[in-house]
Design a protein around this ligand. Structure first.
Ligand code: PLP
Length: 510
């Protein structure tokens, strides 16, 4: 028997009867977001979890509002009002980009149609569109016709997938026990490499981080030494992970030299270009990725430097045949006979089963804007980062670590009188003060909501970090945020450090 509420419940399903309601609901949601975006005068409200958590806890999930508008009103309070807005020119923190509107069209279409990219019978054209984009990206990398790949949820999954393939290849060739497998990356490589090694059942010593040079690039001599050490110790280097755009410094490892060493050692080369992939469409800086075409596998994160909404990433491989290592044929989904009949199934290549049609966002971006326009946006932020480096390096209030070939800036405020840069010594109380002042400045700035910046440590000391991914961020914005940070840091030195005994930055309330 049908329940008395069945009619009401069914009215929420998207179908031919509700299509008009769907259009109105989507329009009202879009209008609210557009309004928020128009009115945002800062990237963040500065709210802290203590203030926001009770609002969210107070929502009774057992008592629905039965109304889109009422739920969106509530959402203003529990989410939209205090969200962190990446489109704002003074959001300078992590690798989050403002998004392009054609990609948002894709997002709206893909979630409503809700294709699942595992099998042809759940996606049809979606599968072919993803394949075209993989082919296009492989072409930009410089891979040959045997290349292939698959969209993933992000760089972490792409790196895991690459290392899974590398492990299978190494075991097929060398037959080594997992405890004898090694992955070499640089000290500036992404932590997802370690996480992947762990998930793949490699031993605790599996990932070896070799030294970087002054510009935080992997040192080929250090890699050569480590390859030799592994060989002599009877260890199998299943992969070398080079990074094209390290998370903190935007540094690009010397890909041609690394490719030569991998070729000599017979090691799989994975290039983590999660951040640097925007160079694939740059007309001025594509050469910075020279050598990437010699990789066995490449991670690209369209949701970092192609101005795509999260998630949108891909793993590309030079020889598509290696993707078989992740394949499993399930009778209910992708039996072998389908492949034999030439029916295209992306699940045969993916770690995921049900999978969003994220590729559609990139498709519409390329069809509306074209690759050159995306590259221009990325080039602009790289230009801005270079100018920001010059600005901060010439400012005696700051110490800057290195000039990024991409778009980060790692720096710290130096309290005057306390920390002459050329007198830095480990254990110097001035250094502890500088650490605390910079930690405080970042927190105080976030609490004000005027700007959001990131932080990291370099050689054990606390630094601040800008990641520029918004072409709308001007040099004046950068100068203004530097002034704000210097103001907060100096206030810490003058007023708070004597109270805090330099030990730790006090908690900041908005
Ligand atoms: C170099 C690099 N690789 C991989 C990742 C992980 O990417 P995701 O956050 O999309 O999983 C990041 C994230 O910042 C990164 O910077």
């Amino acid at each position: 028997m049908t329940s008395p509420h069945a009619g009401a419940a069914r009215s929420y399903l998207l179908n031919e009867r509700t299509a008009e309601g769907y259009r109105r609901a989507m329009t009202s949601a879009t209008e609210r977001v557009a309004d928020r975006i128009r009115r945002a005068d800062r990237p963040f409200s500065g709210v802290d979890p203590e203030r926001l958590a009770p609002e969210i806890a107070a929502v009774d999930l057992e008592r629905p509002l039965h109304d889109h508008a009422a739920a969106l009103d509530e959402l203003e309070r529990v989410y939209l009002r205090d969200a962190v807005y990446f489109h704002h020119p003074r959001y300078l923190a992590h690798l989050n980009c403002p998004v392009v509107i054609p990609a948002l069209l894709g997002e709206a279409v893909l979630s409503a149609v809700n294709s699942s990219l595992d099998t042809w019978d759940q996606s049809a054209g979606g599968t072919l569109i993803e394949r075209r984009l993989i082919e296009w990206t492989a072409g930009r990398i410089g891979f040959g016709p045997a290349a292939d790949g698959v969209f993933t949820s992000g760089g972490t999954q792409s790196n895991l997938h690459a290392l899974l393939l590398a492990r299978e290849e190494a075991q097929a060739i060398a037959g080594a026990a997992p405890s004898r497998l090694r992955v070499i990356t640089s000290a500036a490589g992404h932590f997802s490499v370690r996480k992947a090694a762990n998930l793949l059942g490699l031993g605790p010593d599996a990932v070896v981080a070799v030294e970087t040079d002054d510009e935080r690039r992997m040192r080929p001599d250090a890699l050569a030494r480590e390859l030799g050490r592994c060989r002599r110790a009877g260890l199998v280097v299943m992969a070398v992970v080079a990074t094209a755009g390290t998370t903190d410094f935007g540094s690009i490892d010397p890909l041609p030299e690394i490719a030569d060493l991998c070729a000599q050692a017979g090691a799989w080369l994975h290039v983590d270009a999660a951040y640097g992939c925007g160079l694939l469409v740059s007309r001025r800086r594509r050469h910075l990725l020279d050598g990437v075409e010699r990789a066995d596998s490449v991670t690209v994160d369209f949701h970092k430097s192609f101005f795509q909404p999260v998630s949108s990433s891909a793993l590309l491989v030079r020889d598509g045949a290696v993707l078989r290592h992740a394949a499993h044929h399930a009778d209910y989904l992708n039996p072998r006979r389908m492949a034999e009949r030439g029916i295209p199934n992306q699940v045969d290549k993916s770690l995921q089963t049900t999978r969003r049609f994220d590729a559609l966002k990139l498709w519409l971006t390329l069809r509306v804007m074209g690759p050159d326009a995306v590259g221009e946006l990325f080039d602009e932020v790289v230009d801005r980062a270079a100018a920001s480096y010059a600005l901060a390096a010439a400012d005696p209030r700051f110490e800057v670590v290195t000039r990024s070939p991409l778009s980060t800036l790692v720096f710290r405020y130096l309290p005057p009188d306390h920390l002459p840069p050329d007198h830095l010594r480990h254990g110097d109380p001035g250094r502890a003060l500088a650490d605390d002042a910079n930690l405080y400045a970042r927190e105080a700035l976030a609490a004000s909501g005027e700007a959001v910046v990131a932080g990291t440590t370099v050689d054990g000391r606390h630094y601040l970090k800008f990641t520029l991914l918004n072409p709308e961020t001007t040099l004046d914005d950068v100068a203004h945020v530097l002034d704000l940070l210097a103001g907060h840091a100096q206030r810490y030195v003058d007023d708070l450090a004597p109270l805090a005994g330099h030990a730790e930055a006090p908690h900041v309330h908005a």
